[in-house]
Ligand binder design. Structure first.
Ligand code: AMP
Length: 284
């Protein structure tokens, strides 16, 4: 496994791999790796000749400087972790490698960037879309792997890939959870042990909604109410949003019909903001 810091080197290596007809699987991350990331790496290992993982805490996607500053960073332990899973290359650039001196070109996906996470985190998806475009352009992966945990991110990236004509297949891996049901996240490290334990209520609430759909509930307002009531029963939890939207267009829906519905929530526990989701449809 080799760690690459320079953009030029990453691009020329990717060119060489393509000339050799090797398929490239790419897993973009912010580091602070856990088993959620690992699931993507394992999938990439199975599907591709060469696996590249990027580790870059992308300033452009953080809307709060404290969150950016406090984001856990430990390249040494991330590299040790990845070495065990036959990753070929880690791309870990410094900020100036990605955002040069007079950087001023951004990618913005209209219509999908301002709802849900985009409403709570202004500019987040512009930052995500911009860095993913830079990375895709540099690496030109055959497959790129993303977690369902960040459901809106997947919708945005799929749109971007199609609109800009990248020859990259987007592969989505299911959410990896702690035993309690809490979705794994690098931000979980910042929860107290009590908060971490109590945060499992988020998934319990989403599961109740899923069961309600299975039992015949189709009304979105009532499903949202089930989840709101359950999460609100936990005094440490502060709901940011509870949203049911079309899983492709992110447009609000009022009932569970033929199309898959994304049931997404964001909840504060102390100063940590957690997100989770389930996908619902009539055939639940
Ligand atoms: P991040 O480092 O938070 O940007 O995450 C990098 C990738 O890992 C993204 O595609 C995430 O959706 C994915 N990921 C993070 N947490 C999980 C999880 N608990 N289950 C599945 N995928 C995850």
């Amino acid at each position: 496994m080799e760690i690459i810091n320079r953009r030029q080197r990453m691009a020329s290596l990717a060119r060489k791999l393509r000339r050799e007809n090797k398929t490239i699987g790419f897993v973009p991350t912010l580091g602070a790796l856990h088993e959620g990331h690992l699931a993507l790496v394992k999938e990439a290992r199975q599907m591709s000749d060469v696996v590249i993982v990027s580790i870059f805490v992308n300033p452009a996607q953080f809307n709060q400087s404290a969150d950016f500053k406090n984001y856990p960073r430990d390249l040494t332990s991330d590299a040790a972790y990845l070495a065990e899973y036959q990753v070929d290359y880690i791309f870990a650039p410094e900020e100036k490698e990605i955002y040069g001196e007079n950087f001023s070109t951004y990618v913005y996906i209209e219509g999908l960037s301002e709802t849900l996470e985009g409403a709570s985190r202004r500019g987040h998806f512009r930052g995500v879309a911009t860095v993913v475009t830079i990375l895709f352009n540099m690496i030109r992966p055959d497959f790129a792997f993303f977690g369902q945990k960040d459901a809106q991110q997947i919708v945005v990236i799929k749109r971007l890939t199609e609109d800009l004509g990248f020859d990259t297949e987007i592969i989505v891996a299911p959410i990896v959870r702690e035993e309690s049901g809490l979705a794994l996240s690098s931000r979980n490290q910042r929860l107290s042990s009590e908060e971490r334990q109590k945060a499992s209520i988020i998934y319990q609430a989403l599961r109740e909604a899923k069961i309600a759909v299975r039992d015949g509930e189709r009304n979105v307002a009532r499903l949202a109410e089930i989840v709101r009531r359950k999460i609100s029963s936990e005094p440490l939890a502060q709901i940011d949003y509870i949203s049911l939207v079309d899983n492709e267009t992110l447009a609000p829906v009022d009932k569970i019909g033929e199309h898959a519905v994304l049931f997404a929530v964001a909840v504060w526990f102390g100063n940590v903001r957690l997100i989770d989701n389930v996908v619902l449809n009539r055939r639940q």
